[in-house]
Design a protein around this ligand. Structure first.
Ligand SMILES: [Zn+2]
Length: 276
């Protein structure tokens, strides 16, 4: 499952293909969206933004397109007007003179008025996107101290999209490692310094992944993120059980937490917070 950095990279690729251009055609598989095919023709694509794991495509005028890939959805860029053969079912096509972007398999597709999109049930629940350039460590510290979040174990809190949108399983392990914290600790157990380190690493680790790699298919991720030769983002603990910590040589451990695998260095991330 792609995480924030991969989703932002995918949004960037789609944006490069069609943003700033007028739609020469639009296709929606869902019958109730058919009327928009004609309405959107000639509208310029203004922006494609990742919000957590959803994408919002804004058009000149009043409308925007909300899509969520869920587990199986896949966006592709194609030659202008092309509909490449695929076993997947085409759900959305947006055509411009320059290129077309095609969404396959995803069923969560809707057209919304732009000025109401923040009221979408999923977007309304989301915390700030971890890759939002406007998000500051201080804002994340404030969320960590919020009564909704401060008593939660970091293991579940970091995956909760209401806390920070875009953090998924590999980012969880990597953020905890770089913050020197353990998955069982809770914000209320942490010192001010630890809270600040966690907040800044949540943003920094996500940004580093977004800037330097960010590949979409999870299947190709392991080899890519375990390659430390390029100087870009790579895994320090995730998927490295039994291997030596790159900082201290201790052996990386794997645990199942909430049904999802989590990795840590026992030396760099000692167990227990202040209250245990
Ligand atoms: Zn270590």
């Amino acid at each position: 499952m792609p995480e924030g950095p991969e989703i932002h990279r995918a949004a960037d690729t789609l944006a490069r293909a069609v943003v700033g251009r007028e739609l020469t055609g639009a296709y929606f598989a869902r019958p109730e969206l058919k009327p928009y095919e004609e309405m959107l023709k000639g509208c310029r694509v203004e922006a494609i933004d990742a919000r957590g794991k959803a994408l919002v495509t804004r058009f000149a005028g009043d409308l925007c397109l909300y899509t969520h890939n869920q587990l199986y959805g896949l966006w592709k860029v194609a030659r202008s007007g092309a509909r490449p053969q695929s076993k997947r079912s085409l759900r959305v096509a947006l055509d411009t003179n320059h290129a077309s972007i095609l969404l396959y398999s995803a069923s969560d597709v809707a057209i919304w008025p732009k000025d109401q999109i923040e009221q979408h049930p999923l977007l309304r629940q989301l915390g700030p996107d971890v890759l939002d350039p406007a998000l500051t460590p201080q804002q994340v510290v404030e969320r960590l101290q919020d009564r909704r979040f401060r008593g939660r174990q970091l293991a579940s809190l970091l995956l909760d999209q209401r806390f920070l949108a875009g953090v998924g399983n590999y980012l969880r392990s990597e953020i905890l490692f770089h913050a020197g914290l353990n998955a069982q600790q809770r914000p209320q157990d942490l010192t001010g310094d630890q809270l600040e380190r966690l907040a800044s690493q949540a943003i920094e680790v996500s940004k580093r992944s977004y800037r330097s790699r960010g590949i979409s298919p999870a299947s190709g991720m392991r080899a890519d993120y375990l390659d430390h030769s390029g100087g870009g983002f790579s895994f320090f603990v995730f998927d490295r059980a039994g291997e030596a910590c790159l900082r201290c040589d201790s052996i990386i451990e794997r645990a199942e937490i909430g049904g999802r695998r989590c990795y840590r260095c026992p030396q760099c991330q000692p167990a227990g917070g202040k209250s245990t």
